[in-house]
Design a protein around this ligand. Structure first.
Ligand code: MN
Length: 240
């Protein structure tokens, strides 16, 4: 038996090749797993569970089929799909999990995060995050008509791209001190996250013990996953 992790597919109508690659991954690989963890930014944007676009319905029914076949599916919010709610999650047969969940991965306590909270050098983003994660802001947005939310999502997407193009590379990456603080607080020696689009395995020392941070890649020209079983854990890339 094995467990799979993916993140940052940024599924969107404008990138049908990534959607195709995801369905291929689902039916040729994920179908053999005991669990699939989706660690955020699975969708490029989320405007509410009442969004009736075809892509979202297809993805929900694909995931739901997988869950009926016995694969446990877990979903963690990213900074783009943080409004995904219980209605869609249940339609897709997946359980929502909190950012910062610790799981027992075949005997190794493993901290799972999306990764944006580790980028503490980007104070502008962290302020924005605090605002959009507040229940008041979310209620206000979700009360607007679908068309208004679509327009807002496009606006936020453009804003995020222009903000990020002005920032230095290291501001956009995780803060090493924050990684160690989070891993110490969670009492783990392994962390899996995405968000930075910098897939890699990093060795570090946490509370005096050898530790590892494994970063998932975003799906663009390649697909990425982490595959873990009783004996090993691998970061895997393939061309799409
Ligand atoms: Mn992200």
């Amino acid at each position: 038996m094995h467990t799979l992790f993916i993140s940052d597919l940024h599924l969107h109508e404008s990138r049908p090749q990534v959607t195709r690659a995801f369905f291929h991954f689902l039916y040729s690989h994920a179908i053999h797993a005991e669990a699939l963890y989706i660690l955020g930014d699975f969708f490029d944007a989320w405007i509410g569970d009442d969004d009736d676009s075809e892509l979202l319905q297809d993805v929900a029914s694909g995931l739901h089929k997988l869950s009926e076949l016995g694969v446990a599916i877990y979903f963690m919010h990213g900074n783009r799909d943080f409004l995904l709610g219980k209605t869609y999650a249940s339609k897709a047969g997946m359980s929502l999990i909190d950012d910062g969940t610790v799981i027992d991965l075949y005997g190794t306590p493993t901290l799972l995060m999306h990764g944006d909270t580790l980028c503490t050098g980007d104070t502008e983003y962290q302020q924005f995050r605090t605002m959009v994660r507040s229940p008041q802001w979310q209620q206000q947005i979700l009360a607007q008509p679908l068309a208004a939310r679509r327009a807002l999502a496009a606006q936020l997407r453009a804003k995020s791209q222009s903000m990020n193009s002005l920032k230095a590379d290291d501001i956009m990456d995780i803060s090493p001190a924050e990684v160690i603080a989070q891993m110490e607080a969670a009492r783990v020696t392994r962390l899996i996250h995405g968000h930075t689009h910098r897939p890699a395995r990093h060795q570090l020392v946490v509370a005096g013990n050898p530790a590892e941070r494994i970063v998932l890649g975003d799906w663009h020209d390649s697909g990425w996953c982490i595959k873990a079983d009783q004996n090993s854990i691998d970061l895997i890339e393939w061309k799409i």
